[in-house]
Design a protein around this ligand. Structure first.
Ligand SMILES: NC(=O)c1ccc[n+]([C@@H]2O[C@H](COP(=O)([O-])OP(=O)(O)OC[C@H]3O[C@@H](n4cnc5c(N)ncnc54)[C@H](O)[C@@H]3O)[C@@H](O)[C@H]2O)c1
Length: 285
């Protein structure tokens, strides 16, 4: 059974992308935030993204208009009650997400699944805040969501197999490729990616090679589309530090420890592309 109406909670970078991908697949989406300004920014972000797709010849103007019309925005959480399923993408704050899951569980008794896009908070911790933990699941999208095909489907200790199947079917419905993972820090991708990125940061920190040579080495030597330090800047060094902390906390292995250079860069506000400066400088900011 397909999802006809989706609720998205949180209209930031990821929530906006999830709403766009679902609407592009014909799903009616309601996006909730308690304040209006983030919703307005989300609407503007959608207009830019959709216009780019039209310019690139990936969508007709009619398709773009229909996509935009499928998304509604609300500051009233009760407007989500008719949704068939929900994806939460608010700040990475366990208490904020926990409270929302309590509230959403009561508001959407019929929803097939309540999913979180969290990168590091145990899905079990969010499920424990609900009365029906069997329908709580992780749906970990990758940024930018309209472009990236992968979704990690995270089955927590109490997630019903049917919920996992429904979440996977939804991912496929909106044109994504789901992979299954257990509810462990890092899931599949960050568990493998983060030690590699941190090795590159340590290599640069120790003066082993220049940032350009480290990046060129992995691009031309391994066929990666971008080098590890460029990728760190793209992800955001603060986000990476948080993922390192959760991996280190869960597995206790030194390969997950954020190197001192990364921590100092975060302290200094050199967060990567989004702040204009990370391992590289980005024009303007
Ligand atoms: N950025 C990434 O690359 C990425 C990738 C995968 C997963 N994630 C996860 O996605 C989630 C969102 O990340 P993001 O990068 O979109 O963050 P973001 O800061 O761009 O967006 C978060 C949004 O949540 C909103 N919000 C705060 N409190 C809220 C509430 N009570 N109800 C509704 N909305 C509320 C904020 O106003 C903001 O617009 C996080 O859990 C993050 O770990 C991020």
């Amino acid at each position: 059974m397909s999802i006809d109406r989706l609720a998205v909670v949180g209209a930031g970078f990821m929530g906006s992308g999830i709403a766009e991908s679902a609407a592009a697949a014909g799903v009616a989406v309601t996006v909730f935030e308690p304040e209006l300004p983030p919703l307005e920014r989300s609407r503007e972000r959608l207009a830019v993204s959709v216009a780019r797709a039209v310019e690139a010849g990936k969508r007709s103007r009619e398709e773009a208009d229909a996509l935009i019309a499928r998304i509604s925005y609300t500051t009233t959480i009760e407007d989500l009650t008719q949704a068939d399923a929900l994806v939460e993408a608010v700040y990475e704050d366990p208490e904020l997400k926990g409270k929302l899951f309590e509230q959403l569980d009561a508001l959407l008794p019929q929803a097939r699944f309540l999913a979180s896009n969290t990168s590091s908070i145990p899905i079990a911790a969010l499920a424990a805040r609900t009365r029906r933990p069997e329908r709580v699941v992780g749906l970990h999208f990758f940024s930018p969501v309209p472009v990236m095909k992968l979704v990690e489907v995270v089955a927590a200790i109490d997630t019903d197999p049917q919920t996992v199947t429904d979440a996977e079917a939804f991912a496929a419905q909106i044109g994504k490729q789901p992979i299954r993972t257990k509810d462990r820090a890092g899931f599949v991708v960050n568990f493998l990616l983060v030690p590699y990125l941190m090795a590159a940061v340590r290599m640069y920190e120790e003066g082993f090679a220049s940032r350009e040579d480290i990046d060129t080495g992995m691009k031309l030597g391994c066929g990666h589309p971008m080098g590890p330090l460029t990728l760190c800047d793209f992800i955001g060094l603060d986000v990476l530090q948080a993922v390192c902390d959760s991996l280190l906390d869960e597995f206790g292995r030194p390969e997950y420890a954020a190197p001192p250079l990364l921590k100092r860069m975060v302290t200094a506000g050199h967060l990567g592309r989004k702040s204009g400066r990370g391992f590289y400088s980005y024009g303007g900011a």
